[in-house]
Design a binder for this molecule. Structure first.
Ligand code: ADP
Ligand code: ADP
Length: 237
């Protein structure tokens, strides 16, 4: 689903953030990126959505070469990528439903009645997703009334609203307690399998990665140093 070919990123500060990374990330699986701070994990994810421009190499999403797209084409391609963030990036004064709907075409304006602004099928899908992530009873709550785990569930529903092909997930559990972290990781894993999504998760916690990822990629100083199953990790690093 997602292919990185000899991806290299040098920042203009001279930092070698990624060196010659080649990866093939299939649908239906959670791929965890692990490695110490500064290893290049965020850079790798940002080269996929092109918040960072790679210095060399190519990124393909299905048949589409992301690295070759104009800014206009890129906006369209980004609709195929669901993004989930560490700090959730919710709009606090909006409700749960409004936050989820804000994932539609990336619209983030303020509106009073979403019922008039969105197509019926989009609203229906938002309801379905909120039910799936366990937030049916919180639809009209303001985002700032939620717990961290609930906020991340909203973030997940929002990321899925446009039926993306891949999920790019940046430290999804960094602000959560251990139990909630496991629940969130399990939810992401289940959704990937159900919807045949390819997920890349940048995750600090190696134990969580081992519990919930289908595959682990280890980065160190920008280089790929491990690529294997979670239970192979101890033996090789
Ligand atoms: P990680 O996510 O694994 O902590 P990063 O991708 O953030 O790693 O960083 C990889 C390397 O690139 C580090 O040496 C970091 O200092 C450097 N780096 C990251 N972002 C920038 C940037 N915007 N400008 C210059 N150097 C950067
Ligand atoms: P992370 O938590 O993903 O490791 P950081 O806290 O290292 O991210 O970086 C925060 C922001 O600063 C990011 O936008 C990153 O790209 C940028 N950054 C990181 N390292 C550098 C650097 N050496 N020079 C310039 N910007 C950097």
């Amino acid at each position: 689903m997602l292919i990185l070919k000899q991806l290299t990123k040098r920042y203009n500060t001279g930092d070698k953030a990624l060196t010659d990374v080649t990866l093939n990330i299939p649908a239906g699986q959670v791929t965890a990126l692990i490695g110490p701070s500064g290893a290049g994990k965020s850079t790798l994810i940002r080269c996929v959505n092109r918040l960072v421009e790679p210095t060399q190499g190519q990124v393909f999403l299905g048949e589409t070469e992301l690295t070759g797209l104009s800014q206009r084409q890129l906006r369209k391609a980004r609709r195929r990528m669901g993004m989930i963030f560490q700090e959730y990036a919710l709009i606090d004064r909006l409700t749960v439903m409004e936050n989820v709907l804000s994932g539609y075409l990336g619209y983030t304006g303020f509106w009073r009645s979403y019922l008039r602004r969105y197509p019926q099928h989009v609203i229906k899908e938002a309801f379905r997703l909120l039910e799936r992530v366990g937030l049916s009873d919180f639809i009209d709550k303001r985002a700032d009334e939620l717990s961290g785990g609930q906020r991340q569930r909203v973030g997940i529903a929002r990321a899925l609203l446009q039926s993306p092909d891949i999920l790019l997930v940046d430290e999804p559990t960094a602000s959560l307690d251990p139990k909630t972290s496991r629940q969130i990781m399990r939810l992401i894993k289940e959704l990937c399998a159900e919807r045949q999504l390819a997920a890349i998760i940048n995750i600090h916690d190696v134990q969580l990665a081992q519990l919930y990822a289908d595959r682990i990629i280890g980065l160190r100083a920008g280089e790929l140093v491990f690529d294997g199953l979670p239970d192979q990790l101890d033996a090789e690093i």
